[in-house]
Design a protein around this ligand. Sequence first.
Ligand SMILES: Nc1nc2c(ncn2[C@@H]2O[C@H](COP(=O)(O)OP(=O)(O)OP(=O)(O)O)[C@@H](O)[C@H]2O)c(=O)[nH]1
Ligand SMILES: [Mg+2]
Length: 381
Amino acid sequence: MTTGQARRLSYQRARNDNGIILKLLKSLLIVVDEGPQGFPTEEAVAELQSLCLTAGIPVGGVETLKVREPNATTYFGKGKVVEIAGRIKEKGFTRVVLNLDFSGIQQRNLKESWGVEILDRTSLILQIFSKHAHSAAGKLQVELARENYRLSRMTGRGILLSRLGGGIGTRGPGEMKLEEERRRAREHIQRLETRISGLEEQRQKLRDLRKGRGVPEIALVGYTNAGKSALLNTLCRKKATPVADKLFTTLDTTTRRIYFGERKIAVATDTVGFLHNLSHTLVAAFHATLEGISAAQLILVVLDGSSGMISEHYRTTIAVLNQVSAGNLPRLVVINKLDLLTAEQKERLGRKFPEAVFASGLTGEGLTDLKNGLAARIWMN
Ligand SMILES: Nc1nc2c(ncn2[C@@H]2O[C@H](COP(=O)(O)OP(=O)(O)OP(=O)(O)O)[C@@H](O)[C@H]2O)c(=O)[nH]1
Ligand SMILES: [Mg+2]
C-alpha cells in the first residue's frame, strides 16, 4: 500500500469512527409537562432543543412526561424510571437532558438506574455559559455559578460518604472530608464574589463619571435571542457585540455610544439575556451584572415580535427587572424583527403593546422611530 492510500484509508476510518461516535453520543431529551397553567410543553421542547444545539449536543429523541407528585429520591415514579431505562437501552442513548433541576440524590439515583450521564437544566446552561464568557467578569460569574452548583450538590454525596465512614453517632472520615470540601468551596465562592464586586465597582465608577458628564445610560434587556445585540449594533452603527441564532450569545456586558444628533449622546449597555425558570444559582452568579441595570436612566425592553411566546417573554423580563430593583425605571418596549412580521401580526402586537415601537435590528427598519422614542423618554422627562 502506498503512503497516500494508507493516509486515505486512515482518513476514511476516522470519518467512520466519527460517524459512529456521533451516533453513540445521541441524547434523549426529557421535558416535563407543566400542565395548562405552566410553560407550554411544545415551547419547552423547542427551547431545550435550542439549548442543546447551542451547547453542541446532538439530540436523538424527545420524551414528554407528566409528573403529578415528584418523588423525593428519583423525581419520576418507579414505573417511569424503568420505562425510560428500557428506551435508553433500546435506542442506545448515552445521555439524558432534562428541562428541570434535581437534587443531588435524585440525580445520583437516576444516573444509577439509567446508566448514562444526566444533564439537568442548570448544568446545560452552565455548559453554554462557559463557552460564551470571554471577559474577566463574565468568566468569573460563570465560575461562581459552577461553584455554587457544585456546593448545592455536595449534600447528597455526604450521606453516601458518611455511610462508608464511621458507625452511629460518629463522624466518619467521609463526612469530615465532605465538610472540608464544602468549606473550601464556600471560601472559593467568597473569593470569586469579592473579585466580581471589585469589577462591578469599576463599572460603577465609569457610570458615575458618565453621570457627572450628563451622559444618560440605556440598558437593553430581554429574553435571550430577542435581538438585543443586533439592535445595539444597528443603533451604534458598529459591530460592537456578537449576534447569533443561539441562546445566551452575550454574557459579557458591552457599553456603546449612541449619537442622536444635535450633540446628544447616550450610552447603551447590552448584557446577558433572560430565560424563564432560570435557577437561583444562575441568577445569583449574574446578580452583579443584573444589578447594573438599575443604574440606567432608561430600560429598553427588547421583544422578539416573531415569537409566539412574546407575552411570556415580556412577563419573564418584567419579573427579572423587579428582582433587580429596576421595575420602576422609565422604560420603552421595542418589538424587534419587524422584517419578519406581516401587517396583521404587527397590528395585533400593536394592540397588545400600545406603547411599543417596532424596529428591525437586521434591516434597520423603524430605527428612526426607535431613536425618537428613546430621545423623548431621556430628554423630555
Ligand atoms: N429577521 C431578523 N432577525 C434578527 C433581528 N434581530 C436579530 N435577529 C436574529 O436573531 C438572532 C439573535 O440575535 P442576537 O442579537 O444575538 O440576540 P440577543 O438578544 O443579543 O441574544 P443573547 O445574546 O443570546 O441574549 C440572530 O440570529 C439575529 O440575526 C431582526 O430584526 N430581524
Ligand atoms: Mg446578545
